[in-house]
Structures are given as C-alpha cells and as structure tokens.
Design a protein around this ligand. Structure first.
Ligand code: PLP
Ligand code: COI
Length: 331
C-alpha cells in the first residue's frame, strides 16, 4: 500500500487536492478542496509586501498494516494560533484546522508513501494576508491553505550526520518572531544558509541574537544534546517550540529514564556533550558530526542515544509501538 512513486529528498512531489478557506468580514468560510496548486492573489496583498504569513509542518505516516496516521496535529493547530496572534491574524479554530488536515489527508491518501520506504506525506498548512493594502497595516482578508505532498529525508538519507557552522547573522531579533513560525524567519535564514553551504556545511547554527554566545537553533530544527544520562536542549525566547523536541523530551524521560534539562547553552559548552542532534518534523533527528564556531571545531563521534530516540519516535509515528500519550491519530 502507498504511493509507488520514488520519493527522494524534501521536495514537492505533486498533490491531488489542496484545501482553501477564506476569511472575510470577520469570519472564515466553510473551506473546500480544489485540484489546483495555484490561486489568484492581489499584487498588493499584505503577505507579498509586508510578510504577513505564518505556516505549519506535520506529516502523515503509513503504518505497516496500511493505516494512515497523524502525529500530534492538535499541537500544530495550537502553534498556528500562537503564530497568528503574534502577526495580528485571525486564529484558525483548532477544530477547523483538524477537520481541514483530515480532509486533505483523505484526499491525498494514495500519495502517502509505503511503510517500507519510510517516506511520509508532508502537510503544509499556512495563513496569509490577502487584502489589497498600500500602507503598513494588517490585512482584513486571509487565506488558510493546506498543501500535502510525499517527501523523503530533509538533510541526508537515513540517520546520517551533518556539519554545521555558527553564523554572524540572526534569523530572529531578541524580542522578535523567533518563537513563532512566520515566513519572515525563513526569509532571514536564506542568505546565511547559502553562505554556510558555500563553505561546505549542511546548514548554519544560529546563536542567541542578543549576545551571540548561546546556542539557539538551525533555520529548520531545534538542537538537542546528550551528556551521560541527560537530555539537554536550549531554552531561548528566539527559538521555535518544536513539537518533535517536546515529544523527544517525553520519550527520553518516560521511556528511557533520562533527565531532561532545558536551559541556556553557551556555545563553548558544546565541547562537553557526548552527542548533538538537530530535530524537527522534517529532519526527525539528524545527528551532528561537527559544529564550527569562530575557528573552533566541536566534533561528535557517538550517536547511540540519539539513535535510540530516533527509533522510538519513528516507531510511535509509524504505529509500530503503541503509546500512552495520545499522540497518534488515525485518518
Ligand atoms: N525550529 C525551526 C526554525 C523550524 O522551522 C522547525 C520546523 O518546524 C523546528 C524547529 C521543529 O519544529 P517541529 O518539531 O514542530 O517540526
Ligand atoms: C518542518 O520541519 O516541518 C519545517 O517546517 C521545517 C522546514 C521545512 C521549514
């Protein structure tokens, strides 16, 4: 069961149906599915000029027995609401979000890759300001849209380590948008990532924008570290609260008996960690082999505990093991 298409990398691989709902005169319409990936928009839409745009990312998984599973879609619904609030956009009600995700997955069920391929159906909900506006102000009209497409791995195939470098650039300001999933953060990350790639790294690691001494995150993942029996992850106002990281913390504590520590992490502390990884919906857990910072290389040779965490979260997401956390939902 599942798409026969070969799904390689984190790319757009086609879709059957896209969900569209419009907000006007203070309310959302009932929403509908459409075959087109393209929609018409005003050349003066607020999202195009002033970046009033937020999004989410979640996946549908094909279980061994053919069922289609979602992982914590309610958490994405709530995070989208936080993002909308920060960008002065109307919140998509949680029920409406969940219903729309179900509709999109149902309509694209045949595109969910096979269990054996370990590919997934990536689901990308987003909200944008669509009103024709000249001056800088919030839109009064919005589009809530969801696209779903099969994807493979975000960085490299399988559980393969990547190299990162810190960057003098910031993706977010100290009291800015780092904690919400707004398009602006990703726009800010394009140039630093390009420079990191030019230097032979897979991505860059952002430091806290205020002091440039603490580890924040990459442009698309949180950072997690292992030291002895401790699971350590940065606490910062300018990073996205990752649903994957939050789930891994629960798995580490409840299933592996690890101590979970959330605190600021000085970049020089990297030398004391046994294992370091990048985590997120797209990246799952990607181990890190090297982090370059200002002429210093921090190298990590072991991925044992990260591998255990990776196996556990994937086993839950693909329905191989039952969990008691209420995370997995069948479509
Ligand atoms: N940090 C950033 C900047 C991201 O874009 C993402 C991806 O969504 C994450 C962290 C990981 O978040 P999640 O695990 O909810 O996908
Ligand atoms: C995700 O992991 O879902 C993301 O949104 C990260 C990236 C692809 C932007």
């Amino acid at each position: 069961m599942g798409t026969r298409m070969k799904v390689e990398g984190f790319k757009y691989h086609g879709t059957n149906k896209v969900y569209y709902a419009y907000y006007k005169d203070g309310k959302w319409d009932e929403g509908k599915l459409d075959s087109s990936l393209h929609f018409e928009i005003s050349a003066m839409a607020v999202a195009l000029h002033y970046g009033q745009s937020v999004f989410e990312g979640l996946k549908a998984y094909r279980a061994k027995d053919g069922r289609t599973l979602l992982f914590r879609p309610d958490a994405n619904a709530k995070r989208l609401q936080n993002s909308c609030e920060r960008l002065l956009m109307p919140k998509v009600p949680v029920e409406m979000f969940l219903d729309a995700v179900h509709k999109v997955v149902e309509a694209n069920k045949d595109l969910v890759p096979s269990y054996e391929s370990k590919g997934t159906l990536y689901i990308r909900p987003f909200v944008i300001g669509t009103e024709t506006v000249m001056g800088v102000r919030s839109s009064n009209e919005f589009l809530f849209c969801i696209v779903a497409t099969p994807v493979g791995n975000y960085f490299k195939d399988g559980f393969k380590p990547i190299d990162l470098t810190t960057t003098p650039y910031d993706r977010a300001a100290p009291n800015g948008l780092g904690h919400v999933k707004s398009g602006a953060n990703y726009a800010a990350s394009l140039y630093p990532k390009h420079l990191a790639k030019q230097q032979g790294f897979d991505d860059c690691l952002y430091l806290d924008p205020k002091t440039h001494t603490k580890v924040d995150e990459t442009g698309a993942t949180n950072i997690i570290a292992i030291k002895d029996n401790m699971f350590i992850t940065p606490q910062s106002k300018s990073i996205l609260p990752s649903i994957t990281n939050n789930s891994l913390q629960t798995i580490a504590e409840k299933m592996l008996g690890m101590e979970v520590i959330r605190r600021a992490i000085d970049v020089t502390e990297l030398s004391t960690f046994d294992e370091v990884g990048a985590c997120g919906t797209a990246a799952v857990i990607t181990p890190i082999s090297k982090i370059h910072d200002n002429g210093v290389n921090y190298e990590f040779k072991s991925y044992e505990k990260l591998h255990k965490l990776y196996d556990l979260i994937q086993s839950i997401q693909f329905g191989d093991i039952k969990e008691d956390f209420g995370w997995v939902i069948e479509v």
